[in-house]
Design a binder for this molecule. Structure first.
Ligand SMILES: [Zn+2]
Length: 263
């Protein structure tokens, strides 16, 4: 007897669920014929072509030492990770820069439609079919610490987009500066090579003759047993040129004593 009652109740619940589902489906079908739905569809199809859609979640794992792990000091490591994965990060940042303003206007329009809907089920439907561009990005940072016995402790942190952008900009500046310095060094090397090649035997002889074959610092000459050099007054490394005005005679000792310093 009891079993029959329970069976009856279960059956009733089942049927009422079925009816409710049917009603919901009908409501959605009805909604799909409304002008509001049309508005929603055209809103989506307009933005769908502009948005970059995809996975919003991005997780980065960082191994730390105990001190760093305890105090959540991971910025430096994160920048190293950004640096060694610079182009995927650049892509990520660019996607957000494109999507974010678009998303704000989509969200506003979407809310206008959503606010006109009183039905809970249709509200859910609208929510489910909302476009999901890659925006409001944050990194999920998972910090790891490996103990001496090999156990791993971890914790999850949220690194906000603004912070990520700032880290990215710092890394970008670093790279730019290094590239610039490298470029400058290369340019300087080339300059020195060219200036050095201008030092001909005849020019050297001309300078020695002008200086009476004497060191312009100590006054000794080749007759007194010193080796004479023709030297740049302003060093090539400092932008000096191989020109008569920038050349003088020095003995080996005075020249080596001078080094790269300009007199
Ligand atoms: Zn000398």
């Amino acid at each position: 007897m009891e079993l029959i009652v329970i069976g009856f109740i279960v059956g009733l619940i089942f049927i009422s669920c079925l009816i409710k589902k049917k009603i919901n489906e009908k409501n959605i079908e009805k909604f799909k014929k409304s002008s509001l739905y049309n508005e929603f569809v055209s809103l989506n199809s307009y933005y769908e072509t502009k948005f970059i859609l995809g996975e919003n979640r991005k997780e980065i794992q960082i191994n730390l030492r105990w001190q760093e792990f305890q105090s959540n000091i991971y910025q430096k490591k994160l920048r190293e990770i950004i640096r060694s994965n610079y182009s995927p990060f650049t892509q990520l940042i660019q996607i957000h820069l494109i999507n974010l303003p678009l998303y704000n206007s989509y969200e506003n329009n979407w809310l206008l439609i959503k606010n006109k809907i009183n039905d809970k089920v249709i509200g859910k439907f609208i929510e489910l079919n909302k476009l999901k561009p890659i925006v409001f990005p944050f990194l999920e940072i998972v910090l790891f610490y490996r103990t001496r016995s090999g156990d791993v402790i971890s914790k999850k942190l949220i690194h906000k987009y603004d912070e990520l952008l700032r880290d990215y900009q710092i890394v970008t500046k670093q790279i730019e500066l290094e590239t610039f310095n490298h470029h400058e060094k290369q340019k300087n090397k080339e300059y020195i090579r060219i200036e050095r090649s201008k030092m001909s035997d005849s020019l050297r002889f001309e300078i020695l003759k002008r200086d009476n074959y004497r060191c312009q610092v100590c006054g000794l000459s080749a007759k007194e047993g010193v080796v004479l050099h023709v030297d740049h007054i302003k060093a090539l490394a400092r932008g000096g040129k191989t020109e008569i005005d920038n050349l003088h005679t020095l003995c080996e000792r005075c020249n080596l004593g001078k080094g790269v310093k300009s007199l």
